[in-house]
Every structure is written in structure tokens, then in C-alpha cells.
Design a protein around this ligand. Structure first.
Ligand SMILES: COc1ccc(-c2ccn(C[C@@H](O)CN3CCOCC3)n2)cc1OC1CCCC1
Ligand SMILES: [Zn+2]
Length: 345
């Protein structure tokens, strides 16, 4: 029996190593499997792997043990929410890594910009309480008071990330010089704050402008001017924001698991609101929800408008991902019909 147990353990670790290796260049890795096989430490395993694969630790002379301690401390600060948890952070990190490899970004970003974008993705939801900014504002929470109702969660995630750097043995920025540290901090703050849904429309506007310029300046070999730091920062903000809203563009079985999770998180908020005699927020009433219809709306009015313009900027590498969105939408639409019948009884 002992031999059987050890053999099974060995096979699990081999399978885990293969899954982690696939995060290098695969869209839609099953991070729920990575979570199950890694003793619920997907973020630490995947972040260490990707940062090493990109040679970031060597470039900035960051000791592997320091990075391990930092990312483990961050992962431990993610709460066990149904959706906004360490698996979601790993998902956004891996999607951001994948899209930084798009050919249109070749020779565009510096190592520091890549480091900042992936760092921001890994920490962008740390200590998320599983409720929305609006809920925190409506309940006069300490966080809303602290951040004056402005991007409350997003501010909290960034502050906590930088505070974690001062935990014993966790300062992954100690080898950066003053200028690098200042630029890194500016980029991480702006990328995480740009994941606030209230900035969503601005992302679309900036991307439309950039695509327009690409279209007009027909010399568009590489549309992005590596000298334009502002444009590059806006692209990194949109890259992480797109990754944050990438669930409907993942293989259907993964997309459906994320949908179940976000709905359970929203329903728990609705339960809280009912118990506090607050008005139940939209989509948060578990007694009265149409999951497929709300995903159709999410895709048609939020996800597709953003990804449609993002895919135009990043063509042709985004096409396979847009195709997944299209096929998922068709499947969801087919379920709406059957879901209606179910409700009609
Ligand atoms: C798979 O389904 C969803 C997947 C994701 C989301 C979703 C909403 C907002 N976001 C992004 C924030 O979490 C931005 N965060 C906030 C906290 O600060 C950091 C940045 N993500 C909504 C989803 O569905 C909803 C339920 C029915 C329609 C809409
Ligand atoms: Zn997120």
C-alpha cells in the first residue's frame, strides 16, 4: 500500500510539473487542476515558474528564496472566496504572461515593464473580501472610509502588496536602484488601479485611438512606439484589465466553473444585503437570477467591446482566443432557450 501511495504521489507531481510547464505557451491551462495538485498554492508555483522562465529573477538579481517568500506571503493573503481568490490571481497572471508574448509586442517592453505588469497581475486582487466596492461604500466599511469611496478595493490591493515587501525576507525590490524602484512602483500602482471597472470605458477609448493611429500610419510594422512610455503603460493597463475579464474567452469547461464561482460570490453578497435590510445588488439575488442571460449581457456589453478592440490592436495572435469567445457565446445562447423553458416550468 505504501508503494502505491508513493507511486500516486510521484505521478501527481509529474502531472503538476507538466501542467506548470504548459503555462509557458498555452491559453486555457486548467488552473483548478494546478490548485488541486499543488496543495492549493497555484500562484506560488506558477509565478515562480514564469518569473524564472522569463529570466526576471536573474535580470534583477532577485534571490529565488526572497521571491518565494514574497509570493507565498501574497498567496496566503488571498481569501478563500468562490471567485476572487489565489486561483483567479494565477489565471490573470498566466493570461497576462501569454499576451505579453504576442508578436505585436516583440521588442516593445523593457524587462522592468514586464516585471511590473506580471507583479501587478499577481497581486491585483490580494485580500479581496468577496464583495464589491459599492457594497463597501454602502456599508460604511473601514476600507471605504480609508479610501474615500474611490477605487476602494483596487487601492487596498496595491497598498497591501507593497506593505508585504517589508515582511522579513520578502523585499523582491531591494536590488532595484532608486530610479527603477520609482518607475516600478508607478507602473504597478497604475496597472492595478486600472483594473477598476469604472475605468473600463477609458480603456476602450485609448485602444480605439491607438488602433486608429496604427491604421492611418500605414507604415505600421510595429505600431507601438517603444519610446512612448505613456502609450506602453496604457497598453499594460489594458493587457491586465483584459486578462481580468478573460473568463468568457477560456475553454468552456473553465469558463463555466468561473461563472459558478462569481455567481456564488455575488449571491453571498446578496445574502449579506438581505440580512442587513439593504437593497439587494443587481445579479446578487440567488432566488431570482438568470445566469445565462446575465453572462450574455456580460459578453455583449462588457467583454466583447473591450476584446474586439484589443484583438484589433494585437492581431493576428488574438484570433484563436476571439474564436473561443464566439463559440462560448453560441453555447450560452443555446442554454438561454432551455433555461427559459426551465423557469417557465
Ligand atoms: C464569469 O463571469 C464573470 C467574471 C468576471 C466578472 C467581473 C466583474 C468585474 N470584474 C473585475 C473586477 O473584479 C475588478 N477587480 C475589482 C476589485 O479590485 C481589483 C479589480 N470581473 C463578472 C462575471 O460575471 C458577472 C455575473 C453575471 C454578469 C457579470
Ligand atoms: Zn481580478
Amino acid at each position: 500500500v505504501e508503494r502505491l501511495r508513493l507511486t500516486r504521489k510521484l505521478n501527481m507531481n509529474i502531472f503538476l510539473a507538466q501542467l506548470i510547464e504548459s503555462t509557458n505557451d498555452t491559453w486555457g491551462v486548467d488552473l483548478f487542476e494546478v490548485d488541486a495538485l499543488s496543495n492549493h498554492r497555484p500562484l506560488t508555483h506558477v509565478a515562480l515558474h514564469l518569473f524564472k522562465q522569463r529570466n526576471i529573477l536573474k535580470q534583477f538579481q532577485i534571490r529565488e528564496l526572497t521571491f518565494f517568500k514574497f509570493i507565498s506571503a501574497i498567496e496566503a493573503k488571498y481569501r478563500n472566496n468562490p471567485y476572487h481568490n489565489n486561483i483567479h490571481a494565477t489565471d490573470v497572471l498566466q493570461a497576462s504572461h501569454h499576451m505579453l508574448n504576442f508578436s505585436v509586442f516583440k521588442n516593445v517592453f523593457t524587462e522592468l515593464e514586464v516585471f511590473a505588469a506580471l507583479f501587478a497581475a499577481a497581486v491585483h486582487d490580494v485580500d479581496h473580501p468577496g464583495v464589491t466596492n459599492q457594497y463597501l461604500i454602502n456599508t460604511n466599511s473601514d476600507l471605504a472610509i480609508l479610501y474615500n469611496d474611490e477605487s476602494v478595493l483596487e487601492n487596498h490591493h496595491v497598498t497591501l502588496a507593497f506593505q508585504t515587501l517589508s515582511t522579513e525576507g520578502c523585499d523582491v525590490l531591494s536590488t532595484l536602484n532608486r530610479k527603477q524602484h520609482q518607475m516600478f512602483r508607478k507602473m504597478v500602482i497604475s496597472v492595478v488601479l486600472a483594473t477598476d471597472m469604472s475605468k473600463h470605458i477609458q480603456h476602450i477609448g485609448h485602444l480605439k485611438t491607438m488602433v486608429e493611429i496604427r491604421r492611418l500610419s500605414s507604415s505600421a510594422s510595429s505600431i507601438i512606439d517603444p519610446e512612448n512610455a505613456e502609450d506602453k503603460l496604457q497598453i499594460l493597463q489594458s493587457l491586465v484589465h483584459c486578462s481580468d475579464l478573460s473568463n468568457p474567452l477560456k475553454p468552456l469547461n473553465l469558463y463555466l466553473q468561473w461563472t459558478d464561482r462569481i455567481m456564488e460570490e455575488f449571491f453571498r453578497q446578496g445574502d449579506l444585503e438581505k440580512s442587513l435590510n439593504l437593497e439587494v445588488s443587481p445579479l446578487c439575488d440567488r432566488e431570482n437570477s438568470n445566469i445565462c442571460k446575465s453572462q450574455m449581457g456580460f459578453i455583449d456589453y462588457v467583454v466583447h467591446p473591450l476584446w474586439e478592440i484589443w484583438s484589433r490592436l494585437t492581431q493576428p495572435d488574438c484570433q484563436p482566443i476571439m474564436d473561443i469567445l464566439e463559440s462560448n457565446r453560441v453555447w450560452i445562447a443555446s442554454q438561454v432557450l432551455t433555461e427559459d423553458d426551465k423557469h417557465d416550468g
